[in-house]
Write a protein that binds this ligand. Structure first.
Ligand SMILES: NC(=O)c1ccc[n+]([C@@H]2O[C@H](COP(=O)([O-])OP(=O)(O)OC[C@H]3O[C@@H](n4cnc5c(N)ncnc54)[C@H](O)[C@@H]3O)[C@@H](O)[C@H]2O)c1
Length: 265
């Protein structure tokens, strides 16, 4: 029996990178997964790889109507969601985001995807998970929400001012949602995940910032990782799987750091 057997899961930004790895691990462990992705090509491809129990829904985390349509579609095909991974996020720049170099449009674009997207996800996710009225009203709904933050939400990121602020907001929002759900007896847990440097498109984008020398910058950055190697998407996916599963039934409002020891030193 899989670790999330029969559960209904939604992963945003799951066409590639960490989102795809999370969708894959959830599917391997028995969940029916919806790939909620902005980019149709990667989203369709991801659902095809996962097979018959997975589906792709084109989705924009910034758009409230898109959240309602996503929840309606999942309810109609797989049923009431048990797991929501708010993974989609952007860095939105090829250049450093020092304070003086960050303009308001760029700041807003990042907050809209990374913060408003997660806020809407939590709001629509909790509503869908408690569509039967919730446990406090005799229903048997409930579930697990996993929000994607970053070590950028824990420590200063003077070269990524807007991104760091967005991930700090996700960390804090997660705790408020966790306590709101717990106090209302909804049976919904909410936790955040904080990756360090992970090999994905975004990881390469971060490394290309400044001098554009991706390879050289990966080497320099790895000096800051006590474990001496970058994380892989599946390393983060396995942490998401744990938090999404019933193994984490007493864990809520927590922050799980996946950074090879980077923020400890
Ligand atoms: N890679 C890293 O080193 C790292 C470290 C810490 C945190 N993170 C976070 O992990 C998450 C995934 O990052 P990744 O490295 O896999 O990035 P990625 O760029 O490889 O994947 C992000 C996915 O999100 C999708 N997306 C973007 N905007 C969207 C929108 N408006 N609606 C729906 N989908 C949208 C993209 O199409 C893409 O498929 C992000 O939230 C990121 O901030 C990544």
């Amino acid at each position: 029996m899989g670790r999330v057997d029969g559960k209904v899961a939604i992963v945003t930004g799951a066409g590639t990178g960490i989102g795809f790895a999370a969708a894959t691990r959830l599917s391997e462990e028995g969940a029916k997964v919806t790939i909620a992705e902005f980019d149709a090509k990667s989203g369709e491809g991801a659902a095809e790889v996962l097979g018959a129990d997975a589906q792709f829904v084109q989705h924009d985390v910034r758009d409230e109507a898109s959240w309602q349509a996503l929840m309606d579609k999942v309810a109609g095909t797989h049923g009431r969601p048990d797991i929501l991974v708010n993974n989609a996020g952007i860095l939105a720049t090829e250049r450093n985001q020092h304070l003086a170099a960050t303009d308001l449009d760029q700041w807003r674009a990042i907050q809209t995807v990374n913060v408003e997207g997660v806020f809407l996800g939590c709001k629509y996710g909790v509503a869908a998970m408690t569509a039967d009225g919730g446990r406090a009203k005799g229903g048997d709904g409930g579930g697990a929400i996993v929000n994607m933050s970053s070590i950028a939400g824990l420590i200063a990121t003077s070269h990524l001012v807007a991104y760091g602020a967005s991930k700090g907001a996700v960390r804090q929002l997660t705790k408020s949602v966790a306590i709101d759900c717990a106090r209302k007896g909804l049976g919904i847990r909410c936790n955040s995940v904080h990756p360090g440097v992970i090999v994905t498109n975004m990881g390469n984008q971060v490394m290309g910032m400044g001098n554009g020398n991706v390879e050289e910058n990966w080497k320099a950055r790895l000096d800051l990782v006590p474990m001496g190697e970058p994380g892989q998407a599946v390393d983060v996916a396995n942490c998401i799987l744990f938090l999404a599963s019933d193994e984490a039934r007493h864990v809520t409002g927590a922050e799980l750091v996946v950074d090879g020891g980077m923020t400890v030193v």
